[in-house]
Write a protein of this length. Structure first.
Length: 319
């Protein structure tokens, strides 16, 4: 657990997470009120980190009256029920994940099961991915009273106002908070210092969509905001948002060509992902497939790959 003041009235608490992305950053917002931006997952270690950080600030759970959830991944809101007095808000397109986590994961698992078959993922890996998804129930609980916030909503009481900014892509309804007076952007997992977030899988769409195109658009929104400092969901705060956005856009541009070339004269999503990410564990096989799927959707829209269905498998071929 670590605690540091990363901007005026904004304190970062590094909270333990078991998901391989390093600690989750929870941010305490202090002013006339006390707010919290993300919490970390539900686990004894994460709880100790979060409540210990609040204690160092002379605060307890009852002092938090607003909890902003950046997006509906359990490593970012799993401890929300530690703050019964707080109003919990999230992006409108994330709300169904928070208010009924079990139903969300059941629907997500059902859609994913069919998608993995069309991707050509072997049975053993499919079982591992199903277990990974069902295991997410242990890292959070539902928040029936969570409420939506939309683009442009102003949050007062924490010094200069924060404005909600919708930054979809990593998930359908990811939100950040922007403070224009000093250029602070709480970005959640949208923009990270060392890794590129996996594009979301939009399972409420038919057929399921990838968030990759939205993600690229949202990177442009960050450039428009021009933040002086980015407070990410994982990793250390950083400046030069423009430079980091440029790096990420270059990465995706290069990955598009790699995926197109790897598709060659006909490959499934799983075959392409296996070449790009050899030896991945089940959870990472799923993430690798999602990334490849997102790039293939863009390439197909651009006419750079074509697809056909062969014996129930979606096969992609470079155009």
């Amino acid at each position: 657990m670590g605690l540091d003041e990363v901007a005026d009235g904004v304190f970062r608490i590094a909270v333990h997470s078991p998901f391989g992305t390093g600690p989750t950053n929870a941010y305490v917002l202090r002013g006339d009120r006390v707010g919290l931006f993300d919490t970390g997952p539900a686990s004894p270690a994460a709880r100790e980190d979060l409540l210990g950080g609040l204690d160092l600030l002379g605060l307890g759970p009852a002092d938090v009256d607003l909890l902003v959830v950046s997006h509906g991944h359990v490593d970012h809101y799993g401890l929300a029920d530690e703050f019964p007095a707080a109003r919990v808000v999230a992006g409108r397109r994330e709300l169904h994940k928070l208010t009924d986590l079990r139903h969300h994961l059941e629907q997500y698992a059902s859609v994913t099961r069919d998608l993995l078959l069309s991707w050509g993922v072997p049975p053993l890996q499919r079982e591992g991915i199903a277990g990974f998804i069902s295991g997410l129930l242990r890292a959070a609980t539902s928040i029936p009273g969570a409420q939506p916030v939309d683009e442009g909503c102003v949050l007062d009481g924490f010094g200069s106002p924060f404005v909600v900014r919708e930054l979809p892509g990593h998930t359908e309804g990811l939100i950040g908070l922007h403070r224009g007076d000093d250029g602070v952007l709480l970005a959640g997992d949208h923009l990270l210092p060392d890794i590129t977030p996996n594009p979301g899988l939009y399972t409420l769409e038919t057929p399921p969509g990838s968030g990759l195109a939205d993600y690229v658009t949202s990177l442009g929104r960050v450039l428009e905001l021009g933040p002086m400092i980015v407070l990410p969901g994982h990793g250390a705060p950083f400046g030069d948002a423009e430079g980091r956005v440029t790096e990420v856009l270059m990465h995706h541009h290069e990955r598009l060509e790699v995926v197109r070339t790897t598709a060659g004269d006909g490959q499934t999503v799983f075959e392409i992902a296996s070449r790009l990410f050899p030896g991945a564990e089940p959870g990472h096989v799923f993430l690798a497939g999602r990334e490849v799927y997102g790039h293939l959707q863009i390439l197909e829209l651009d006419g750079r790959v074509s697809s056909s269905t062969v014996a129930g498998l979606d096969v992609f071929e470079a155009a």
